[in-house]
Write a protein that binds this ligand. Structure first.
Ligand code: PLP
Length: 261
């Protein structure tokens, strides 16, 4: 009997099943790793947006984390929605207890514009969480509030990446998907020395709920499987491109990416 590598997501729950913990676990299943979850916040959410958010007590987050780590162990961790400054600090301290690689998705707001992180928590993400990241996966809005650098064209991505690296992650994957007017979706992965440009055709599908969660979980899964960061990111980008291509209508708004392709 083979025991698969274990991957832990520390993130928020999406009752609609498209993003957050639910997207993370589906992605991990697709990569053949054993997915586990520390839930930081419960959201009442559907294809139209987030109707309510309830962060969990710091003690509940700590207890979930210790239950998993003390008995089962983790080969890689992914963090997503952390809701508050207190939870960011709690999670950063817990991560310091494991030697496992960490993928930090610095989630700020949902596609609908709903806040998933208090503005007062941004400094803690920058100062306490990012230094613990093996890979950080910000989109351009997240780069802007993390660093003050606003990338507008592909040529701006290296400076954006350098600004994030200055916060302390080993690698950064800057997701350029929101660049205006580009033909391709272009991301830049760098550790300050190597530069890997990742291009994929821009897909017209609007059903993209859960894209960021899926990408970060795919990277964490690859790291747990023993891939290098560039290998894990390349495989994750391929996975998320397929998932976006298969994104489907659900409810009256933005449907989820597909994990069954
Ligand atoms: N809900 C939760 C719990 C999340 O963690 C995230 C993203 O990380 C979202 C919603 C946002 O998903 P999207 O912006 O892809 O719609």
């Amino acid at each position: 009997m083979r025991t698969p590598p274990t991957v832990l997501t520390v993130a928020g729950s999406d009752s609609g099943g498209g993003a957050g913990i639910q997207a993370d676990l589906k992605t991990m299943q697709a990569f053949g790793v054993h997915g586990m979850s520390v839930i930081t916040a419960v959201t009442a959410q559907n294809s139209l947006g987030v109707q309510g958010t309830w962060p969990l007590p710091e003690e509940a987050v700590r207890a979930q984390f210790r239950s998993v780590v003390d008995d089962i162990g983790v080969r890689a961790v992914k963090t997503g929605m952390l809701a508050s400054a207190g939870l960011v600090r709690t999670v950063a301290a817990l991560l310091a207890e494991t030697g496992a690689p960490v993928v930090v998705d610095p989630v700020g707001v949902s596609k609908h514009g709903d806040a998933l992180l208090a503005a007062s928590a941004r400094a803690a993400v920058r100062e306490e969480l990012l230094p613990r990241a093996t890979v950080a996966t910000p989109n351009l809005d997240e780069v802007a509030w993390l660093t003050g650098v606003r990338a507008r064209t592909e040529a701006d991505l290296p400076a954006a990446a350098e600004a994030v690296l200055a916060c302390g992650p080993r690698w950064v994957l800057v997701k350029g998907g929101h660049l205006a007017g580009d033909e391709d979706a272009v991301d830049l992965l760098t550790d300050g020395t190597e530069r890997h440009w990742l291009r994929s055709p821009r897909l017209a599908n609007r059903h993209t709920h859960g894209t960021g969660c899926t990408l970060a979980s795919a990277v964490a899964s690859g790291l747990a499987l023993g891939r290098t960061v560039p290998e894990a990111v390349a495989a994750a980008k391929e996975y998320v491109t397929g998932a976006i291509a298969g994104g489907f209508p659900l409810g009256g708004g933005i449907g989820p990416v597909d994990h069954g392709w």
